[in-house]
Design a protein around this ligand. Structure first.
Ligand code: SF4
Length: 374
């Protein structure tokens, strides 16, 4: 059986989640979780699998935020992308004298055939942009990029834009959250940069296949945000180098190693039609087989987060307290074990470092709780 067939068998009747750049961007933070990797490789929709159960999560976007996003995007692209061109000229040093814009969404069907057609056009345009011909576009909207995830070709509809000057391509992400006095929500900005980094990586992979130099796609992302609470666009540049490296590592790990597939054995993800209790039991069986890596930030974007949190709390894992606490307890898996070490339990070699710190902290705590000085 080919790997593709094996992965399809693992997904079984579970609902499918088509990978998008934002799905990939979110996966970057969970690259160390085998269960999340299996879900990504098999394209299993974990959000839908927990729907109707006690562990359902809601990542739905607030309708007002959604509306603001649409209005802002229209503002940036209105009048043949006039606002974008002005930003590129004034803030990114682009010498766009004659704008040559290609909107690949305008003529393509909204189905798989349309995606494939746009992917072919994107490749042709990338080649032209890097070679810098007279007919090369300098702004591309609606690009579709491809890459192989776990042996299967996936099509990614980039929601960002590509802007080129002098044969160098820059990725631009349009986000409507506010930039006030040069500051904005760091979490949202990080997510926007993560998406832009994936866009850069996928463009670069296309260039490798076209035998063109990868550094034709800049590591610097252009993030377009709204000035204050209005809709006037502003542009900020970010170095995406580290994020691109992380994205590349995730893409490599999304191959799903033979040992993970072996661990899965004959377990399949459950069907969304199954009874909720049954669904959770099967999902837990999968988690037990392959392993998970729960952290509180799973709650921000993984469909299985509430289930994993309950399991981690039940097992008393140190990771429920957050990554910073877990980092302070190297080699110590549970909070119960941390308590044992703090009160003088004999540490295993891998626990020695944490045990010394815990004993010291415990001594200070004992002294203070008995009314002594620090
Ligand atoms: S919520 Fe669970 S499955 Fe999802 S990334 Fe976290 S540990 Fe992995």
């Amino acid at each position: 059986m080919s790997q593709e067939e094996r992965l399809e068998k693992v997904r079984g009747e579970a609902p499918e989640k088509r990978p998008t750049v934002s799905v990939l961007a979110r996966s970057t933070t969970h690259g160390d979780c085998p269960c999340a990797r299996v879900a990504l490789a098999t394209r299993t929709d974990l959000d839908k699998l927990v729907k109707g159960t006690h562990f359902e999560v809601d990542f739905g976007q607030d309708p007002q935020t959604f509306l603001r996003g649409q209005l802002f995007e229209r503002r940036v692209k209105d009048k043949d992308y006039a606002a974008l061109i002005q930003l590129l000229r004034e803030n990114a040093g682009f010498a766009i004298t004659d704008a040559r814009i290609r909107n690949l969404k305008s003529n393509a069907a909204h189905n798989e055939t349309g995606l494939k057609q746009r992917a072919t056009e994107t490749r042709q345009l990338l080649r032209k942009m890097v070679r810098g011909g007279d007919d090369a576009p300098n702004i591309v909207d609606g690009a579709v990029l491809t890459c192989t995830i776990a042996g299967r070709t996936a099509y990614f509809e980039a929601d960002g834009l590509a802007a080129a000057a002098g044969g160098r391509i820059h990725v631009a992400e349009v986000k409507s959250f506010p930039l006030t006095d040069g500051r904005c929500d760091n979490g949202k900005l990080g997510a926007a940069c993560e998406q832009a980094a994936w866009y850069v990586l996928l463009c670069r992979r296309e260039l490798v296949e076209l035998d063109l130099p990868v550094d034709a796609v800049s590591h610097e992302g252009l993030i377009i945000l709204a000035k204050g609470l209005g809709l006037e666009p502003a542009l900020v540049k970010y170095d995406l180098t580290n994020r691109i490296v992380r994205a590349e590592q995730l893409l490599d790990s999304a191959r799903v190693d033979e040992d993970v597939l072996r661990a899965v054995g004959d377990v399949q993800f459950p069907s969304a039609e199954e009874d909720p209790q049954q669904r959770i039991e099967v999902l837990e069986r999968m988690m037990d087989r392959v392993g998970t890596q729960y952290r509180p930030d799973c709650l921000e974007d993984c469909g299985a987060a509430k289930l994993c949190r309950a399991r981690a709390q039940g097992a008393g894992l140190a990771s429920v307290c957050g990554s910073s606490i877990a980092r302070m307890l190297p080699g110590v898996r549970t909070l119960g074990r941390a308590a044992e070490l703090a009160s003088g339990g004999v540490p295993a070699p891998s626990e020695r470092h944490a045990a010394a710190a815990l004993r010291q902290a415990n001594a200070v705590y004992e002294r203070v709780s008995k009314g002594g000085a620090l």
